[in-house]
Write a protein that binds this ligand. Structure first.
Ligand code: S3P
Length: 448
């Protein structure tokens, strides 16, 4: 569980050109889901390439507490002996999801339509995040929840003994909420329908189909209408987890801003619900070539050749693109500081309820590094200083947020003076090999 250990300060200094291959670990979203769907199937699911980040390890531990047999056989190589839809046993203790919003929200969905009482908690970051967005729709199935003020963890959820199916239009563009509703719908009789106006990552839908559930997606005037037939018998699968495009964003963006860089980032997902950053970088004039397009682990992927790009221009990022790059705004705001002109990011208020308030964390840290920022509740604007233009020389606060920590360490690789972070320990939640991988490419990141 992250956030319980000691703070780990880290410093990143200006470095020479980055060279080599950046093979990033497995996708976090798909790793969580492989464990959850495996636990709800009857029989043994085999997983390769599982992300062994703390968030996913916390989900693996939770699935054991619900009665699934989860075993690690080798690096990234896992199996899950599932108990079937509705077959969870009531955990004997509190479920601690550490830093993971995806973990806690999806697990709440998994248990909400089974007669059991479960108390959830998490680290100081997760205990600040809103859970009502999930418990509101789960109450429509008949589940009850009792949490702290504002729907915060710790929270006890009483699963519905006689669940009813639900029709729910998402009030926020959130794959976590969509997935929680679909997971709850698995153990409700009849058809559960989720409607999303803007498409969000579709890994749950793809995986449900792979595990043999009956699910359809229609495109109507209301948006995407996803219909799931409840109480299927899920068939165990072999899941090959593709690399995480949100982790790939860090070496990619580092190569764009560090003079003389030329790297290869293999197997980056081109799934349209995840690739918004790469479209945005292309519009800014980034030198990225998409090589060898193919399918891996059921996802469209390509190898990226990324070169230093000293003529990137700030752009207006279309707000409707936000769901497909929601986790990439922190690192985009670093790239924006090394472009010329303003980069305007509107429609991004969801960033305020991530592992930290990411608009505030990036704004304060970039300002400390000498960058001019404008912000309001739903907007972040970065005034670019051009290639090599960021003064740096600051200590930035990470607020238990892995992506804030990694973003400022990447900034330090190209800023004029070194950039430090007060606590890099949360990086283990999603990208445990970050420091070694970046230094292996030529970075100068050190502890302290
Ligand atoms: C995730 C969905 C996103 C994302 C998170 C992972 C998922 O959250 O920020 O890191 O795996 O479903 P929201 O769906 O709440 O936007």
């Amino acid at each position: 569980m992250s956030g319980h250990g000691e703070a780990q300060p880290m410093t990143s200094a200006k470095c020479g050109p980055l060279r080599g291959t950046a093979a990033v670990p497995g996708d976090k979203s798909i790793s969580h889901r492989a464990l959850l769907f495996g636990a709800m199937a009857v029989g043994e699911t085999k997983i390769t390439g599982l992300l062994e980040g703390q968030d996913v390890l916390d989900t693996a531990r939770a699935m054991r507490a619900f009665g699934a047999e989860v075993v690690q056989h080798g690096a990234g190589d896992w199996s899950v002996h599932g108990v079937g839809v509705g077959g969870f046993r009531e955990p004997a203790d509190v479920i601690d999801c550490g830093n993971s919003g995806t973990g806690v929200r999806l697990i709440m969905g998994c248990m909400a339509t089974t007669a059991m009482t479960v108390t959830f908690t998490g680290d100081a970051s997760l205990r600040k995040r809103p859970m009502a967005r999930v418990t509101d729709p789960l109450s429509l199935f008949g589940a009850q929840s009792y949490g702290r003020k504002g729907g915060r963890l710790p929270m006890t959820v009483v699963g519905a003994a006689n669940p009813v199916p639900v029709r729910y239009a998402l009030p926020v563009a959130s794959a976590q909420v969509k997935s929680a509703v679909l997971l709850a719908g698995l153990n409700a009789p009849g058809q559960t329908v989720v409607i999303e106006r803007e498409p969000t990552r579709d890994h749950s839908e793809r995986m449900l189909l792979g595990f043999g559930a009956e699910l359809s997606v229609e495109h109507s005037a209301e948006g995407h209408v996803i219909t799931l037939t409840g109480q299927p018998e899920l068939r165990p699968q072999t899941v090959a987890v593709p690399r995480d495009p949100s982790s790939a964003a860090f070496p990619t963006c580092a190569a764009l801003i560090v003079e003389g860089s030329d790297i290869l980032v293999p197997g980056v997902s081109q799934n349209l619900t995840r690739n918004g950053l790469y479209l945005t970088l292309a519009e800014m004039g980034a030198q990225i070539e998409f090589l060898n397009p193919r399918t891996e682990g059921g996802e469209p992927v390509a190898d990226l050749r990324v070169r230093f790009s000293d003529t990137m221009q700030g752009i207006e990022v279309p707000p409707e693109r936000a769901p497909s790059m929601i986790d990439e705004y922190p690192i985009l705001s670093v790239v924006a500081a090394f472009a010329t002109g303003r980069t305007v990011m509107r429609g991004v208020k969801e960033l305020r309820v991530k592992e930290s308030d990411r608009i505030d964390a990036m704004a304060r840290g970039l300002e400390a590094c000498g960058v001019t920022i404008e912000e309001d509740e739903d907007t972040l604007i970065v005034h670019g200083m051009g290639a090599g233009g960021m003064p740096g020389g600051a200590v930035c606060a990470t607020h238990l947020d892995h992506r804030i920590a990694m973003s400022f360490l990447i900034a330090g690789m190209a800023a004029r003076a070194a950039v430090s972070v007060d606590d890099a320990s949360p990086i283990v939640t999603s990208f445990p090999i970050f420091e070694d991988l970046m230094n292996g490419l030529g970075g100068a990141i050190r502890r302290g």
